[in-house]
Design a protein around this ligand. Sequence first.
Ligand code: AMP
Ligand code: MG
Length: 451
Amino acid sequence: MKTIAQIAAELQGYDPQALNADQVSAFLERLVQPMTTTEEVGIFEGLGRVLARDVVSPLSVPPHDNSAMDGYALAGAQLVAGQPLTLRVVGTALAGKAWTGTVGAGECLKIMTGAIMPADLDTVVPQEFTTTAADGHITIAADVLRLGDNRRFKGEDLMEGGVALSKGELLTPAALGLVASLGLKTVTVYRRLRVAYFSTGDEILSLGEPPREGAVYDSNRYTVFGLLTRLGVEMIDLGVVRDEPALLEAAFRDAAARADAIITSGGVSVGEADHTRTMMKQLGDVAFWRIAMRPGRPMAVGRITASGFQAKEVSGAYAESASSYQKDTKPETGGAILFGLPGNPVAVMVTFLAFVRPALLRMMGSTRPAPPLLRAVSTEAIRKKPGRTEYQRGSVTTAPDGTLQVCTTGNQGSGVLSSMVQANGLIVLHHGQGNVAPGDAVDVMVFDGVI
Ligand code: AMP
Ligand code: MG
């Protein structure tokens, strides 16, 4: 477990007041480590979890050579170019039953898709390439078939003893089906990552509170809830924590005892009058950054090491604000990784997608590479200053010629959530990039499959 100072020393040109997006990613990759605790779960529960052990195939799939078509199985050596072939049908092989007879020269076997191929046969002619000839014979038209056609080989999907799925793979619907095809009812996965989150700020209202001048309803906890739900982590919602040292301390200590990671929003920009930064400093090893990005410049990252919240130590206010309060602590000690996000609602989502999500996936044990950014043609001019990464909310569509095109959605202010609602992706304008002219290609991160 490296300290903030150790990681900072490893990174070339590290300046907490002027980090670029790549440096943030490199820093986080060093800060967060894959979890080690594993458990065996039933296959249904495995969906969305990360494999903690290779799945070695206990059998071959398919288990036998078999037919890929409904038709007739034959020894393909009898096929002659330019000539039809007439064969006598000696029986029928159904899927799930082995044919026990023999098929000689001039003979064939009616066979169903998935039925075992008898040892001497190697080719299947689909039904539609044949005509029925007199008394139990069929004729295969000339030049419709080659030796070996429509035969599936034993183990062509998975071979016994081979690695069917590797440790670190995310169990997708396809992976789940693959596990089942091996006859396995359980999978060994990493423990679910636990993430605690809360919003800070005295101007933030919880739902149910009456509106008040200068106050806004908490939206960050809901976007964070949604983003975390999509990742399949266990969540601990600690509510809106008021700007009082005792309440903030209790929330951080509680979160560090119970969760692997803590996500807060608000209170990390310079010049904040509140106690959030002070408390982060006091209870952990935390760096405060200014990132060359828009939206989302301020961010606090590190480890909250002090844990051990005692419910009786603070008044009822904190416990009441924690909507899912439970006393269970996580099995491992050593604190929790802190992601102190800015307060602006779009900045929260963008910093989550750009940095927190990849870091959480790494903590979950996933080794799956991030999905590639796509290229789309901008239909409009976009102003962009070189020297910072900008994430514009975009609407990606298919142009009439079939290529991808993108335009920005709505007001790009970092607090304007409706721009995020209308968007189906982020236009990623990289650090060195300048203005975009209509017709220029840009990188886009499409939301589908992510959020
Ligand atoms: P801060 O980073 O604390 O300076 O907050 C920046 C802006 O985001 C301010 O306008 C806050 O009112 C707003 N904000 C902070 N937290 C939240 C929240 N949980 N929900 C909605 N808006 C917020
Ligand atoms: Mg604030």
